[in-house]
Design a binder for this molecule. Sequence first.
Ligand code: ADP
Ligand code: MG
Length: 260
Amino acid sequence: MSELVHARVLEHLERLRLGHVAERLDALLSDAARSEPTYLDFLDQLLREEVGAKQRKRVAMGIQIAHFPAVKTLEDFDFRFQPSLDQKLVRELSTGRFIANAENVLLFGPPGVGKTHLAIALGRASVEAGHSVLFTSATALLGALSRAEAEGELADRLLFYAKPKLLIIDELGYLPFEKRSAHLFFQLVARRYERGSLLVTTNQLVTQWGTVFGDEVLAAAILDRLLHHSHTLMIQGESYRLKQRKKAGLLAKNSPENRG
Ligand code: ADP
Ligand code: MG
């Protein structure tokens, strides 16, 4: 009889898609036989296990879909090294609340100060908060849009980049845009405006965006949409890469790189 019940419970767990509890049922039952929890505590434990397993699975999948180029987290970001950075704002952004309001984030700073690191870390935190995220470099994004346009598939590509609740565009401005690319970028920004969040990292000040996009009017139109409902993070410190090499004694104290 109890074997019958056991089989039925398993079947019901599967049918309700409580696969984790189904898998762990025997272990959970023998634990319970030993520690004799209350009925409520036992139910609580089952539900927590299932919810926990589902959350881990969802996060792992979301992180895979996001295509982050590396594993970087806020825990391994050394805020003491960048005192100019608004840590409180970074923490607030890591809740993912800005995504619910379709707000943007702009992250400015010179090379090596941790922009990509923070972009990935905030992206991961956003996945954990339940949002869909896609990470791309500006170069890869523009390449994909240009190719799609040449192949007559621009609408599909734009839709692809419009879908994730948070689109991270890394390293905008490292290379100046061609005129056509700037138009494609504008289309994407316009498409996402007030609908989905963008997180953009760049080493170029806003005043230089005209040069980046090769067109002042277009740059102004892009900036207008990006900056309306946005948060700005500035990192003004020293390159972290350089610091590590200095620490390793690879740079002489007064080498040109050390001074720059
Ligand atoms: P950027 O994108 O601004 O050029 P990165 O984010 O690529 O810089 O940082 C360069 C390297 O230094 C990466 O490996 C990154 O993880 C590390 N890094 C940068 N800043 C910090 C920091 N404050 N704490 C820990 N690691 C850092
Ligand atoms: Mg970078």
